[in-house]
Design a protein around this ligand. Structure first.
Ligand SMILES: Nc1ncnc2c1ncn2[C@@H]1O[C@H](COP(=O)(O)OP(=O)(O)O)[C@@H](O)[C@H]1O
Ligand SMILES: [Mg+2]
Length: 485
């Protein structure tokens, strides 16, 4: 049945084209990307996107690629898209044809329309009517034959969403959008204005971000490693074009994650005509988002670095590193993961050097994916105990985040007072500094925030205003630091 439908679908598409619809495009390259894509394909996508940007002022046009004009240029088989349409219809009583186009993210003319006609000729769908003579408003329902086909398709994969893009297109797009910024010291200063950091640190961050090479931050806890890494995100500007899903060998990898890929604009209700216009201009299988900032902590295991096969849903979820492409991947508290630091670095040594990672389908097939993100490792552990020198050499920028100097500590203390609305008192601060000395405790950058928080909690409990005094410092200190004799 599949072959017959595929045939029917292809004939239908040809007829559509000879009716004067969109001209056929160059055949797409195969969906598997065993090699990095060749330069011409990359430039043609970008060129198209740029041309589209010049044609109108739609903010999407600068980044989303142009819509595929026909089924061939989607990189997907007609049967694959037809099955996806049936699956969408399976979960709704009826859908207007433009709504179907919207749900699969493909244009109505040239792709959805000929497929719906073919599905109708195959008696898998029926038209229930429409509000006008415009075919994009016609309402479609599944027939019992269509419903059987949908169930069959769902048993193979429960993926019901936007149509995936080919791995080749994804590869091309990630390569084109890799972080390429020349970060100036002013820009970095602005991003770090709410932290007390040295000029030396600012001067290290800029080149590290610009070069898009890995950063390794180390130092005692509480001195701002996580905060510093988070602010790198502010330095990165620009948007990213992310596909909802990627197809490889007939399998779907769900990639778009609203948690990490925050959309730049919310979908506003549009008229049917406007939806048709958008879908016919832009490839809506992609979405524009902020560059992702993905943080992974202790939960990291070797398994989570590969494709995550959902056996009941029968499609894959992308691993962290794939979701972080085009953005930042922070391995926070490196060395505290279930996975051993050596194992993680062994797994990533090639990706970090070459910008290419290898993932495995559950069939055992390995394939290449881009690994193009800024990887930041942060650790409280002694780097020498963590990995050997050869490994450390491969992590390009090493930045130590030491304890604050007395001047920095004072500046942080004052900033915290101002931020929390507690009057700064020099004598109390002097008392605190003396206490550090006397008890041999190392001051950390997080102490001012934490100690003042305790003083404020205590004051709130007693129903009085928070004030700095040596007594209050003693009280907070006793709660905060552990002494065991
Ligand atoms: N350089 C700094 N300037 C201002 N506050 C800081 C600085 N470093 C740390 N802090 C404060 O300490 C808190 C904890 O820092 P964090 O980034 O979690 O440290 P780490 O990751 O090194 O353990 C921050 O939320 C912030 O309030
Ligand atoms: Mg931290």
């Amino acid at each position: 049945m599949v072959d017959k439908l595929d045939d029917l679908l292809r004939r239908q598409v040809r007829r559509h084209e000879s009716d004067g619809a969109a001209p056929p495009q160059q055949p797409q390259p195969p969906p598997v990307a065993p090699q990095a894509p060749a330069a011409p394909a990359l430039s043609s996508i970008l060129l198209n996107a740029r041309q589209a940007a010049q044609e109108d002022h739609n903010p999407l046009s600068g980044h989303l690629p142009p819509a595929p004009r026909d089924i061939d240029s989607t990189g997907l088989s007609p049967t694959y898209i037809a099955d996806l349409i049936l699956k969408h219809l399976y979960f709704e009583t009826e859908l207007k044809s433009i709504e179907i186009a919207e749900r699969i993210g493909l244009p109505f003319g040239g792709v959805t329309e000929p497929l719906l006609s073919a599905l109708k000729a195959d008696r898998s769908v029926e038209i229930r009517g429409g509000e006008s003579t415009m075919s994009f408003s016609w309402r479609y329902v599944l027939t019992s034959r269509g419903s059987d086909r949908a169930k069959d398709a769902l048993s193979r994969s429960f993926y019901v969403g936007k149509a995936p893009v080919s791995m080749y297109d994804y590869y091309t797009m990630v390569t084109a959008q890799a972080i390429q910024v020349d970060v100036g010291v002013e820009q970095v200063r602005e991003a770090y204005q709410d932290l007390i950091v040295t000029e030396d640190l600012l001067r290290k961050i800029g080149p590290a971000v610009s070069s898009n090479k890995s950063i390794f931050m180390y130092g005692p806890p509480g001195n701002g490693k996580t905060s510093i890494a988070e602010r790198i995100f502010r330095v990165l500007s620009g948007t990213l074009c992310v596909p909802y899903a990627v197809e490889i060998d007939g399998h779907v990898i769900k990639l778009y994650d609203p948690f990490y890929h925050q959309p730049l604009k919310q979908d506003e209700p549009q008229s049917l005509e406007a939806k048709d216009r958008t879908l016919s201009r832009y490839d809506c299988r992609w979405n524009l988002s902020r560059r992702p900032f993905v943080v992974v902590g202790g939960e990291l295991t070797l398994e989570t670095l590969d494709l995550i096969w959902n056996d009941s849903a029968r499609y894959y979820e992308a691993p962290f590193q794939l979701k972080s492409n085009g953005g930042i991947l922070l391995i926070d508290d490196f060395g505290r993961q279930v996975i051993k630091p050596q194992d993680l670095l062994n797994r990533w040594i090639v990706p970090l050097e070459k910008g290419i990672d290898y993932l495995t389908l559950h069939t055992g097939k390995k394939f290449e994916v881009p690994f193009r993100q800024l990887v930041v490792f942060s650790t409280n552990l002694n780097p020498a105990d963590l990995v050997d020198e050869a490994f450390l050499r491969r992590l390009r920028y090493k930045i130590e985040i030491p304890n604050p100097t007395p001047e920095q500590f004072v500046a942080i203390f004052q900033a915290v007072c101002q931020h929390k609305g507690v009057a700064y008192d020099e004598a109390t601060l002097a008392y605190l500094m003396h206490k550090y000395d006397k008890l041999g405790v190392e001051p950390r950058s997080c102490h001012p925030r934490d100690l003042i928080d305790i003083i404020m909690d205590e004051a709130r409990f007693r129903g009085i205003g928070a004030q700095l005094s040596p007594d209050n410092i003693d009280l907070a200190w006793a709660s905060y630091f552990v002494t065991y004799k």
